[in-house]
Ligand binder design. Structure first.
Ligand code: ZN
Ligand code: ZN
Length: 305
């Protein structure tokens, strides 16, 4: 079976049999990088550039990325931060309390709003890589916030598609979405679901019930509701596959909100069970080994109490 992803125009093949393929590769079982060399542990703060911000209790810190892909001094201006979201080397986001994960989102929003004030920045990407298969170089939990002086092609495409959808259907792509039997969990302000056209195995998305364009528009109550749902989603993954690597990506409207008014904020959680390989790189098509309807059912049934 094949579906076309609406927002990216990518084709995705669903092939459940592929999940059963035997493999002779031994899984790497390195769950943690050594604590003594960890630049994100509080006692090793001297290893990172001078902090930009810390909460009063020092549980959340923001530092400039020591190895930035974009710098203020570059021709292509940019700011690249690391947000260390726990002082505990072993603690994962799936283990955070409601209070801590809510505070984390408040800090992310604060920094997002700071970067928006920078005239040279046009788009801000917030993301998290957890685990070696997700591209993380440190196992200690952290996020990255990148302020870019350009709007990435994928984001422009997404905003165009949402605008097109609104013109053709008279409603917002997410506000008017029929989630069918693909809902995982919802609360007063947000809904977590498996998209009909998921590109990745067990892909989850979280979107707001209100038409919110970017993180700056969240109320404190909404930030906390979103935070709890996000923590619950990664907890479901962690319960399904212990030590799983995953990425969290936030999709915000570019900074000029009035121009990109149709963009609806959403977060994507990508479990790194399968890998992008030759077929994906060469064709731009994807292979997903679990139908989104089945993925949603399995994720929903996981006990996260
Ligand atoms: Zn550490
Ligand atoms: Zn909307």
């Amino acid at each position: 079976m094949m579906r076309k992803n609406y927002l990216t125009d990518s084709y995705v093949y669903y092939a459940e049999e592929r999940a059963k393929r035997p493999t002779n590769f031994k899984k790497l079982h390195i769950k943690n990088t050594p604590r003594e060399y960890c630049p994100f542990c509080p006692e090793n703060e001297y290893m990172t550039p001078k902090r930009i911000y810390a909460t009063d209790d020092e549980t959340i810190r923001i530092v400039p990325n020591k190895y930035p892909f974009a710098k203020p001094t570059d021709e292509c201006y940019g700011i690249h931060d690391v947000l260390i979201d726990t002082p505990d080397h072993e603690e994962r986001m799936s283990m955070y309390t409601d209070e801590h994960v809510g505070r984390l989102l408040e800090v992310i929003q604060m920094r997002y709003n700071d970067l928006k004030k920078d005239e040279k920045i046009k788009y801000i990407q917030v993301f998290k890589n957890q685990g070696i298969d997700a591209g993380a170089s440190q196992s200690h939990s952290h996020w990255q916030i990148a302020g870019l002086s350009l709007i990435p092609e994928k984001i422009l495409k997404m905003t165009d598609k949402m605008k097109q959808y609104k013109e053709e259907n008279g409603k917002c792509y997410f506000c008017g979405m029929d989630f069918g039997d693909r809902v995982i969990e919802e609360n007063k302000h947000f809904i977590a679901f498996c998209p009909y056209d998921s590109l990745f195995t067990y892909e989850m998305q979280i979107t707001s019930k209100r038409h919110i364009r970017d993180l700056g528009e969240f109320s404190t109550e909404e930030l906390h509701a979103f935070a709890v749902l996000l923590r619950n989603c990664v907890k479901r993954l962690a319960k399904m596959y212990e030590g799983i690597s995953y990425n969290v990506c936030f999709y915000n409207a570019p900074k000029d909100l009035e121009k990109y008014t149709d963009m609806h904020f959403h977060a994507q959680i990508i479990s790194r069970i399968g890998h992008m390989a030759g077929f994906e790189f060469s064709t731009g098509c994807y292979i997903n080994s679990v139908f989104p309807e089945i993925a949603a059912q399995r994720l929903r049934e996981i006990d996260i109490k």
